[in-house]
Design a protein around this ligand. Sequence first.
Ligand code: ADP
Ligand code: ZN
Ligand code: ZN
Length: 744
Amino acid sequence: MLFAEVIVDISVKSLDRPFQYRVPEALEKDAVVGAQVLIPFGKGDRRMKGFIIGLSGKPVYDVNRTKSILQVVKQGVVAESHLLSLAYWIKENYGATMNDAIRAVLPVKREIREKVDRRIVPLADRDMLEQNRAVFEQKHNTARVRVLDALLAQDSLQNGLEYSSTLKSLKVSAGVISDLEKKGLIQVQSNRLYRNPLHGSTASGERKKLNREQQAIVDSFRRDLEQGIRREYLIHGVTGSGKTEVYMNLIELVLQQGKQAIVLIPEIALTFQTVSRFYDRFGDRVSVMHSRLSAGERYDQFQRAKNGGLQIMIGPRSALFTPFENLGLIVIDEEHETSYQSESPPKYHAREVALQRGKMTGASVVMGSATPSIEAYYRCQTGQYTLFTMTKRAGDAVLPEVEIVDMREEIQAKNYSVFSRTLREKIQDRLKKRQQSLLFINRRGYAGFVSCRKCGEAISCESCSVSMKPHQVRGKVSLLKCHYCGAEKPMPSVCPKCGSRYIGTFGLGTQQVENLICQEFPEARVLRMDADTTAGKEGHSRILKRFADGEADILVGTQMIVKGHDFPRVTLVGVLAADLSLNTGSYRSAERTYQLLAQAAGRAGRASLPGDVVFQTYQPEHYSITAAAAQDYQSFYRQEIAVRQILHYPPISNILEIMVFSGMQEKARELSGQLQKEVSGWEGIQVLGPTDASILKMRDVYRRVLYIKSADYQLLCQVKNHCEAFLREQENYRDCRLTFDFNA
Ligand code: ADP
Ligand code: ZN
Ligand code: ZN
């Protein structure tokens, strides 16, 4: 007799354990680990879905009282068992329900109706078709004549015609077609068409001759591979040093061994350019996976991966769970990016999960960055990762000159514009030379906030304790938006508190910068790229393409524009307010600032034209800014790791953020206090807080936060488990919720 451990498909903590079911004999073949099943659940035997996570021959309870699986869901995608182990690891290490974790590793669970490409193709040659055409014409079979005419009009007969559009445009019935088929003149061919999101491109297979630094990495990787040594590597290569070229060569080696590769890229903004480079090299063996694909497209990609129809999957976080049978390599490009950290449960870090999947499957992991995360570089120092360094730009491009402009001096010189004198001159110069500029401001919308100059009232969202951001609608600043919950209200003309008319906007945003450019440089053609202009399936690539095609002189945008794009004609990068990311209150703010600035600087002068970079700042001496200007990662790392050492921040120690949520402020306060009491006596941990979260209220839910530090990660997992168990047992905190963030 066979028994299955089943996780019920519902994210409720109390049901988050396996329940045992009998597997009826008829279902034994299909009831494999990972299969989706229908089960009777609870007192009323409600029909629920679940996943089989284990099988055994031993019943846990009385066999006669053990319920049976009703049905194995047909075509429910079966997860490989190692993906399920990965889900379990995610649950243990990040605090999610098993069901949430399974959902993360099985992004597609339903089979979507297959899209079929039907074509009408001729079975006879031109002469034969023309003879038949003449006969039909005589008989006034005009519908048949129309079909044959359309076929004969093709340059190459074998192209055939698309079935359904042909029926429509020629106004012929399916009967006419089947008639011609019976006569042996044509055939309707059905090909299962994998919805290919890279429609239309073809591979050139072109490869570049690697330079010495690149070749050294490839050689070293090949030696490890040939000896069967699995390692974790970090490629620290300045922007433009040719890391992508290296990844492609490493992948080639892995494919030669009959294995597959996953390439993680930080976010959707990158797919257009990165994917086309991979496609150009590997053709149909590559596919993409991301959240903006339709369910059908995603399903197809996973099916192709499982059936061996593709060998390389590229995409943000979720591509990590591609069901390859024989994974050989995971590449994590721009390893330092924050978007690898999932923001909703399970709150895993894709880099860590990739390392785990690599360990489980024997796949190597290659990470690359021009500005590695402090963790990654630290792991190179401790010997966990093998470090490769690329110091030169590929091709002939040179690193740009960076100038730091002290904005305090601009004010002293009575320049109140957002453009320093230096930056303005350089923009003018580029416009004259018909070269392109990037202007970076890390804030979307029109401005930072709206407040009253008389009483100081700042307008904030009623559901979230954050200021609402002014936005421009049809040239007028008329709308306030909450960037957390999306709430909108009209811009008030008088202060809602004191009635004063001196109400205005503070702090620059992308929209206002766009306006100011138009005012100061009326001849400039400007494009803007931020969360507001890139909505929709191809929002990012559309703007990037227009800019790459030279439709604008200046691209202004948020951090989206500084990440990884390669614009050969950009010779000026201006960072309007370098300190925006410096004063965020996170222990990572210096790291984030260094990364943003160094990446921004890396956008200038990528091809033969040399580039200039300007950082405008009020803190010109800060080490993150000076090190970024000098493109000196080592100097930044030395100063930053010293700070982490002193303050016991990751990677020296670990930090767990426990967020307590409740609709009632009092409850959130009480529970966070209780949790603090529960764990404060533990050895080896340090408890900070509780305090109100930096955003006290979001969507009408109050938030309190506790930080726990420990050198021992497993101890933090125990703290998490203890807090979860504590909350489960408390009747009076039913409406409260906890989330856990590890080293976020
Ligand atoms: P990274 O990923 O490190 O930013 P890329 O791989 O995008 O760098 O390379 C930057 C530019 O240099 C690209 O235009 C790429 O085509 C070119 N490039 C890379 N390797 C070589 C090489 N060996 N020879 C010539 N050009 C190269
Ligand atoms: Zn006021
Ligand atoms: Zn809000």
